[in-house]
Every structure is written in C-alpha cells, then in structure tokens.
Design a protein around this ligand. Sequence first.
Ligand code: B1M
Length: 209
Amino acid sequence: MILDDIKESVIRGDAKKTKELVDQAIKDNVDVAKILNEGLIAGMNIVGIKFKANEFYVPEVLIAARAMSSGMTLLQPLIEKAGIKSIGKVAVGTVKGDLHDIGKNLVAMMWKGAGFEVMDLGIDTSEEKFVEAIKNGAQAVGFSALLTTTMPGMKNIIERIKKEGLRDKVKVIIGGAPITQSYADEIGADGYAPDAGSAVDELKKLLSV
Ligand code: B1M
C-alpha cells in the first residue's frame, strides 16, 4: 500500500523517496487527506513514539521531519485547495532572553507532524508576541526555556496574558530542560511536557483532539 510506504519512508527519514511516493499517490488520485493523515502524519506519530521511548534521538527526528516536509511541499497546495483544516492553531516560542532553539524547533516539528498549524515565534520571544499570537487565533501557546535565568519569564507571560483578558481563551504548555511539572503547577500553566513526543500528547489532551 502506498500510504504505508509513505509512512515508512518518513520514519526512515528518506526525503527523496517520500517526495516520490507522495507524487505517485497524487497521480494515482489517492485522497489528499489520506496521504496527509495515513501517510505523512502517521509516520511522524511513530517517530514521536520512538523518540519518547529513546529508540530515536534528535538527529533521527530532524531527518524524519525533513522527509515529511519534502512530501508536504507537494501536498500543501492541494490541502489548501481541498480546504482541509488543521486540527488546531497553536504558537510556540523560546522565552525572552533565551536563544536556545533546538528543543523548541523539535516541538514545533512534532506539532506540525501531528497536524497542527504552528506559528513559530522564534527565540528571545517577547510577551507581546505571545499575546499577538493569541489574538491571531492560537488556541494554545508553548513556551520553551533552557536557562534557569530565563524560565521565570514564563510566569510573566502568563501574567501578561491574564492582564490582556485572554487567559480563558488559550491553553499554556511549557517545557525545556530546567522545567518540571511542579514548576508548571506553580506558575499556573495548563500543561508540561518533558520532551517533544510528549508535547504532542499533552497538546492533544489540552485541546481535546
Ligand atoms: Co547553552 N546552556 N548557553 N547554548 N546549551 C545549556 C542549556 C546549559 C545546561 C549548559 C551547561 O552549562 N551545562 C546551560 C544552562 C545552565 C542553567 O541555566 N542551569 C547553558 C548556558 C549557561 C548557556 C549560556 C549562558 C552560555 C554562555 O554564554 N555563558 C548561553 C546563553 C545564551 C542565551 O540563551 N541567552 C548559551 C548558549 C548556547 C548556544 C547558543 C551556544 C547553544 C544553543 C544553540 C541553539 O539552540 N541554536 C547552546 C547549547 C546547544 C546548549 C546545550 C549544550 C544543548 C541544548 C540543546 O539544544 N539540547 C545545553 C546543555 C545540555 O542540555 N546538555 C546548554 C538538545 C535539545 C533537543 O534538548 O532543548 O532540552 P532541549 O529540548 C527538549 C526538552 O527540553 C523538551 O523537548 C525537547 C526535545 O525532547 N522541550 C520542550 C524543550 N522545549 C519544550 C517546549 C515544550 C515541551 C517540551 O512545550 C512548549
């Protein structure tokens, strides 16, 4: 089955093969939603499971995400044409003063891989940028921090979101090496994930998808 082949080629991180198979599936008139959900996204889901189980490490995830992107370049215009909706709109950024982006990028890739529309706010992200993302429709915002000196900034963002009267419109999920569940509880975040694979499960749980 071509959809299984697409899934396997994403898991293997074979960008060339993934693109060829997606191209073939399109030519064979396979339903675009099936190519997306049962091929590309299904592959990235397995990658997330393997990453969580320490069977895959950062390089394998990056390579798989690149394979998925290669298929997406062909699929994206057809998805837009078919009006297929993402399963949710979310934003993620590394907090103010923090330049570490490898973990944040992995989370963004895994969320995209799971079918979310992701606004990547980048590094050194101001409170205003998070607020703007919520005003632009983000149903959840993710904060990443790698430094013990920048993690307190997460509390400030939550306070700012509250001040803007937006707290009940958005779920907040946090992560990064120094972050813990008890810190998430302390600052009033809705969720915490220790790794990019768990970040997918946590986001799906918070948004009930
Ligand atoms: Co920096 N750095 N760094 N650094 N750096 C650390 C974090 C550090 C632990 C190293 C050390 O001292 N042992 C230390 C922090 C100490 C502390 O605060 N307790 C440190 C320091 C001190 C610094 C500087 C201050 C050094 C200096 O200039 N004196 C400086 C700060 C710059 C700044 O941010 N303002 C600095 C700079 C840098 C580089 C620029 C050189 C580079 C970053 C490059 C980049 O990101 N583009 C860098 C790097 C690479 C590291 C280490 C070596 C690796 C970080 C990394 O990418 N890990 C790191 C030491 C270490 O961790 N071994 C270190 C891989 C990545 C996949 O993991 O980001 O944890 P991680 O993400 C995971 C999870 O945490 C989770 O999922 C990811 C995947 O599983 N996760 C989330 C992350 N975000 C999430 C969000 C979620 C959910 C899960 O929901 C939204």
